[in-house]
Design a binder for this molecule. Structure first.
Ligand SMILES: [Zn+2]
Length: 124
């Protein structure tokens, strides 16, 4: 009677396998979220897009665009891609997102992450 046990080959990973594993291990995303990051998206290139709060001066009134008045400080939003270093902004004048435009900033950051193939520079 023969034993029909499958043959198991155990090999130590070679240098190529180790190099491939290192390439496939995502190192792009910063390990910890800074306090101002409210959302993070993974890009196609295994990097990260961070949506964060941003304090800035604007002339848009609390009604939002296009209403302008006296300058005031607000807590709005910006996003930045760690793969290609693009910073997201709103409209033709590339303004930061106003406090009530968080959903638009969220959508724009997610859209960028869905198409960005830039890989971050390895840190080691
Ligand atoms: Zn990008």
């Amino acid at each position: 009677m023969t034993t029909d046990q499958p043959t198991v080959s155990v090999r130590r990973p070679g240098r190529l396998a180790t190099a491939l594993r290192a390439l496939l291990t995502p190192t792009a995303a910063p390990a910890q979220w800074p306090a101002d990051v409210v959302a993070r998206f993974t890009t196609v290139g295994a990097s990260a897009v961070d949506l964060h709060t941003h304090r800035f001066t604007t002339r848009y009134t609390p009604q939002g665009r296009p209403y302008v008045g006296d300058a005031r400080e607000v807590d709005g939003y910006l996003w930045q891609c760690h793969g290609c270093a693009v910073t997201g902004s709103y409209g033709h004048y590339r303004d930061p997102y106003l406090p009530d435009e968080r959903e638009q900033a969220h959508q724009d950051a997610n859209d960028h992450a869905a198409t960005c193939r830039a890989m971050p520079r390895p840190t080691a």
